[in-house]
Design a protein around this ligand. Structure first.
Ligand code: GAR
Length: 201
């Protein structure tokens, strides 16, 4: 089983979906470590409840982004992590860190990329008036919310939706898409050709 490190900053519902998937011994990955840049968040409690090692690395303790990322990198490598999953991790990553995990770091983003990068994606979708919205799991490259797409899931936008109920509808799909994408990567079925990720059957 591939060893996974999950980076979190908050609620950790996507972490929970990954923990639940990894609880099946037949799943090709296991979570070795959860790192949070914020102390006291629910994600850390979820990891502890699943008997997964945790580390808190507060970004404010480091003089630069590079120093913070290097600290995370050391902890991930020391734990033997082979794949990094960003799960609601709300910090930009430096290019060195991203380069060090090229082809081995996944992010989940709550929109159908390349639409609606950045924050408040559900508000962005409502303001744009799209009728389909969703989530994307992609390999991380140096640009924010960019990189080869492994999995997307779409949901309808309903006329009476507000940000909250649209977010909830998307989140349900996130919890299915992320374990599925991690499985594909952990099984070594992903090859990258430019912007495109191809998945072997
Ligand atoms: C999720 O909706 C995730 O897609 C999003 O933050 C939420 C975290 O929830 N991520 C981003 O916006 C990254 N740019 P969770 O902590 O319950 O998984």
């Amino acid at each position: 089983r591939k060893k996974v490190g999950v980076l979190v900053s908050g609620r950790g519902s996507n972490l929970q979906a990954l923990l639940d998937a990894c609880a099946d011994p037949a799943f090709p990955a296991e979570i070795a470590l959860v790192i949070s840049n914020v102390p006291g968040v629910l994600a850390l409690e979820r990891a502890a409840a699943a008997r997964v090692a945790t580390a808190v690395i507060p970004h404010r303790d480091y003089p630069t982004r590079e120093a913070f990322d290097a600290a995370m990198d050391r902890v991930l490598r020391a734990a033997g992590v082979e794949i990094v999953c960003l799960a609601g991790f709300m910090r930009l990553l430096s290019s060195d860190f991203v380069a060090g995990w090229r082809g081995a770091m996944l992010n989940i983003h709550p929109s159908l990329l390349p639409l609606f990068k950045g924050l408040h994606t559900h508000r962005q979708a409502l303001e744009a008036g799209v009728k389909l919205h969703g989530c994307t799991v992609h390999l991380v490259t140096p640009d924010l919310d960019d990189g080869p797409i492994l999995v997307q899931a779409a949901v309808p936008v309903r006329d009476d939706d507000d940000e909250c109920c649209l977010a909830a509808r998307v989140l349900e799909q996130e919890h299915r898409a992320y374990p599925f994408a991690l499985r594909l990567l952990a099984e070594g079925r992903v090859t990258v050709d430019g912007n495109r990720a191809r998945i072997r059957e």
